[in-house]
Each structure stands twice: as structure tokens, then as C-alpha cells.
Design a protein around this ligand. Sequence first.
Ligand code: SAM
Length: 270
Amino acid sequence: MDIKKTQDEINRLDQIQAWNHNFELPNGLTTSRAEQISHGKNLVKYERISKIFDNLNINDMKVLDMGCNEGFFSIKMEERGADVTGIDIDSRRIEKAKFIKDLIRPDSSIQYKNIDIYSDKVKELDEFDLCLCLGFIHRIPDPFTAISILASKADIIIFEWKALKFGSHDESFAFFSTKDIDEKDFYGTEYWLLSYKALERILTRSGFKNFYRVDDPSQRRAILVAGKVDHEIFSNKDKISHRNKIRTLLSHSKRFVTVIWKIITGKINA
Ligand SMILES: C[S@@+](CC[C@H](N)C(=O)[O-])C[C@H]1O[C@@H](n2cnc3c(N)ncnc32)[C@H](O)[C@@H]1O
């Protein structure tokens, strides 16, 4: 595809649904428009999870990317040598993922499928060594059913999600989002915000027994590696250093100062 046709297709897909990620394409083009603000999100997320990927040794694994969106993480998994299947309920996202794959990795064998996790089509899928479940469980109405389905498909699952931001993560809490249905992006609607413990309890009922919490409060997003099987990542977890202690300390200090300021200015009651 020549540059003009590629740009026209980027624009057409953008009109249908704004790009989520700013992909840098081989011919110097990029997907995102200047006014979009989420360019760095996937890069930050990938950076946070990279050490887990290193430890799991993705090479030759069969990986399911659940809620693959435009395929950013599917491509990263294939770059690490995995055999990848990406699934998403949104046909517009799958169309974009295929477009990007053809441009960035023309020889790729990633399979993208337009499937709802709650549909019978998921049962027809193969089994996987690893499932990525990133930015997903707070976007679905029934996490228990979805997780039971995923549990039947993979022995290890990596979760990254918008977790409960208050209370103890050692209590099994779920909080229903105060946001309304997302009218522009229905499949981006927010539902349940789960604590670590709530997610672990759900997983335990589906046969998972090993958990590794990557607990970096400075990022405000939780990451959990869950396993039905034993793997050295669960026994060596203390050796995997993710926490940027200075950043965590600064984040806590900032929140502390913000709360004090709100009390002083009367925005919240002490
Ligand atoms: C916030 S995005 C996360 C995308 C990507 N995994 C990431 O971490 O950046 C959530 C994705 O889940 C998809 N999704 C929502 N409900 C779904 C469902 N029932 N079945 C499959 N995919 C779904 C959405 O279309 C969207 O692409």
C-alpha cells in the first residue's frame, strides 16, 4: 500500500473509531491524531509488565490476548516468539488490529478474531499456555463468568486492571463503577472495580492456586499473575524487582499533601 492509501485508511479507521494507540508505521506515518492523549498508556503498561514477560519466557508459548483492541500487546508477544491469538468483541478494533499487523509485521501469524468472551465461540478455541487479560476485567459486566471461561483456556493468566482505589486489597471487595455507560464507546464502559483479593477469590474457585501481586501503588493500576500450575515466577517473585521506590514514595507524598490541602480548603471534612 502506498503512503497516500495508507494515510487514507488510517483516517477512515479513525473516523469510524478514534485510534487508541499511536502506532509508528514503517513508512513514517503514525496512527494517532495530535489531540489524542493516550499515546503513552500502552508503552507504560508494557514497561510495567516486561519483567513478568521476561520471567515467564514467552518464546514458543501459545498466548491468548483477551480484549486485544488494536493488537499492541499481541504484536509484542509475537516479537517475543509467541504464537498469538487476539480476541475482541469490537469488530472495528479487530479491523484496525489486522491493518496494523499487515503494515508492521507482514509475515505475522497472529490470528485476530472478533469474538465476545461470553459467546460459545470461545469454547471452540484451543487451549493456551498464557492468557493476557490487560485492561479488561473492569470493562465487562460479569467478571466471574468471564474468568471461569478464561480459566478453562489457560493455566497462567496475567491481569492488569483498574482496581479498587480505597480499602484493603486483602479484603474481597468489588465496587460498582459510578460512571455511566460510555455512549461513544460501549465496550469501553466501566463496570466492577475489584480488589486483589476479590480477583484471587474468583480465580481460586476456578482452580488457580498461585498468585503474584505486582503491587506498585504509584501506578494506580493493579497487576496480578495467576497460575493453576507451578511456575518459577511464583517461587521467585521476590527477586523480580518492579517497584520504583522513589516514584512510589513521591506518589504517596503527593496524595498525602493533596488530602491535607483538601481538608484545609474545606473540600473534604477531616
Ligand atoms: C480497555 S481495552 C484494553 C485493551 C488492551 N488489552 C490493553 O490493555 O490496552 C478493553 C478491550 O476489551 C474489549 N472487550 C470488551 N468487552 C468484551 C467482551 N465481552 N469480549 C471480548 N472483548 C471485549 C474491548 O472492545 C476493548 O478492546
